[in-house]
Write a protein that binds this ligand. Structure first.
Ligand code: TXE
Length: 491
């Protein structure tokens, strides 16, 4: 295990593609500026990789596949766990890079994002040694059937900016554990930790070409990956519109797809819940990572009998949250990821007002002393007049939540389900029968009861409706990254 490196990301950091175990400039020498959201300054450049770069990544992956797919599970597992350990040993360095690139508080990157990326490698390193397939004896026909789970070949992994390394590795780790070779693209807005991961993989002894990381815009680099005839599966997390586009491009080539898309998740609070626990968790589920998590509970529905009390207590707690520079330990809310995103989120505050929403707290851009050009916004709570207004229907993906009261279980269930998304839902109640009735009827891939974002990596993760198709996590991810083949032998 190597020692933690103390060197910071240089003030001006340019990064390269990681192809066949080496770092390369983009062939066409096209570059994109990388902004630091905490101060609005350009602090580096990243390749805008072309089709040729993606082709080189593909060739490296294809060449590595015959050996990697035949490498023993124990050896693959050992390397994945070694990557995990190196990530842990480099926690500080990775957390600083993530925070600088994304604007998230460093405390969050250190406590959640980077440890979770390390867990992804450790988890799938172990899971692959436990992954089994079924066999069936065809009684009376003197035959036995067994299922092989074979790696697909070269697969594509495309990830977003909100939890950069956490979501990037959530795809890469099961893909390589299952014996595939990968062409991966992180978000062009937050590429830094993916770049650093290349170094770690080399150090861990991952054979050349098993993981190839190309940087660039979705419309150039991402498009070249999804259009590639021989990249047989795509695992994507990002916006719903992009997911629909990928599905259209991939369909004629019969690519296997896993799409984890947007959410507009209900947080349903009944009067019989454990109030203090609910209140603290609701602050987190509303504003963690500046509200830029697809699982955030952005629509809060509160039973009418406790609505006024909740409103007062919640707003009081929100006013205590400190918006500040991501590197300061006391910061609760860091910077939003980019200027265009800040503008989009701010627009929703105006849309809410025009729709007769009442801003109960927040609503303003914040100027942080010394970082005046950073993308900071107050955590904002909007009381909405009805559940059909745009701020209650569209994914904002920022530090904005809506609240409104409800009277009955049926009424809130209807409102909760009346959006195009169906990723997650949170339910606060101590009534067992209601818990079961509601959990079974909520249109969501994940239902949390009396908690939020508690994750066990063995469980299936994904959404319904416009929140996507397919499931990640546990053996579901290993099933996605393998083809099932049935062998029938007559004896
Ligand atoms: O996502 P995009 P953006 C939501 C959120 C946000 C919106 C847009 O509402 O405001 O999506 O965010 C790559 N072919 N979520 O613009 O564009 C792109 O380069 C192949 C929810 O960042 O979907 C990046 O690597 N790839 C979400 C990735 O797709 C393409 C997290 C995601 O970018 C591509 C982030 C193309 N044609 C945003 N176009 C969640 N569910 O967690 C783009 N990409």
């Amino acid at each position: 295990m190597s020692k933690e490196k103390s060197n910071e990301i240089p003030a001006f950091a340019s990064i390269q593609n990681y192809i066949n175990g080496n770092f390369h400039n983009p062939i066409q020498d096209h570059w994109i500026d990388n902004y630091n959201p905490s101060n609005g300054e350009i602090y580096g450049q990243i390749p805008n990789s072309s089709k040729e770069d993606v082709e080189n990544a593909y060739i490296a992956a294809k060449s590595a596949f015959p050996v990697w797919s035949q490498t023993t599970l124990e050896e693959r597992s050992r390397i994945l766990i070694q990557i995990s350990e190196l990530l842990e040993a480099n926690l500080q360095r990775f957390a600083e890079a993530e925070s600088k690139d994304n604007g998230k508080p460093i405390s969050l990157a250190k406590a959640i994002d980077i440890p979770r990326a390390a867990s992804n490698f450790r988890f799938f390193g172990n899971a692959i040694t436990q992954f089994a397939s079924e066999s069936h004896e065809s009684v009376g026909q003197q035959a036995v059937n067994y299922t092989l789970r074979q790696p697909i070949g070269v697969v594509g992994c495309i990830s977003p900016w909100n939890l950069p390394l956490y979501l990037f590795t959530w795809k890469i780790a099961p893909a390589i554990a299952a014996g595939n070779c990968v062409v991966a693209k992180p978000s062009e807005i937050t590429p830094m930790t993916a770049y650093l991961l290349g170094e770690i993989c080399t150090e861990a002894g991952l054979p050349k070409g098993v993981l190839n990381i190309v940087h660039g815009l979705g419309t150039t680099t991402g498009q070249a990956i999804i259009e590639h005839q021989d990249i047989k599966a795509i695992s994507f997390t990002g916006g719903t519109a992009t997911g629909a586009h990928i599905a259209r491009v991939a369909a004629p080539m019969f690519k296997k797809l896993s799409l984890e898309l947007g959410g507009k998740n209900p947080n349903i609070i009944f009067a019989d819940c454990d109030y203090e626990d609910m209140l603290d968790t609701t602050v987190r589920s509303s504003f963690a990572n500046q509200g830029q998590i697809c699982l955030c509970g952005s629509r809060i529905f509160v039973e009418a009998s406790i609505y006024e009390k909740f409103k007062k207590d919640f707003v009081e707690k929100i006013k205590d949250l400190k918006v500040g520079h991501p590197s300061e330990a006391s910061t609760n809310i860091g910077a939003l990821v980019s200027k265009p995103h800040l503008e989009k989120v701010k627009d929703y505050i105006e849309i809410a007002k025009a729709e007769k929403g009442i801003v109960l707290c927040g609503g303003n851009q914040v100027t942080v002393k010394g970082y005046e050009n950073g993308y900071y916004l107050e955590p904002t709570v909007i009381e909405v007049p009805n559940d059909e207004c745009r701020v209650n229907q569209e994914e904002i993906f920022g530090p904005i939540v809506t609240i409104m009261p409800f009277n009955t279980e049926d009424e809130v269930l209807q409102m909760a389900n009346k959006v195009k998304y169906g990723l997650s839902a949170t339910l606060w109640t101590n009534n067992l029968k209601r818990t079961m009735r509601m959990s079974h009827q909520l249109q969501a891939g994940i239902v949390w009861v009396n908690t939020w974002m508690m994750r066990d990596l063995r469980t299936p993760f994904g959404g319904v409706k416009a929140s996507g198709v397919g499931r990640e996590g546990g053996f579901e991810a290993l099933r996605f990254f393998t083809e099932a083949k049935n062998v029938c032998i007559k004896y």
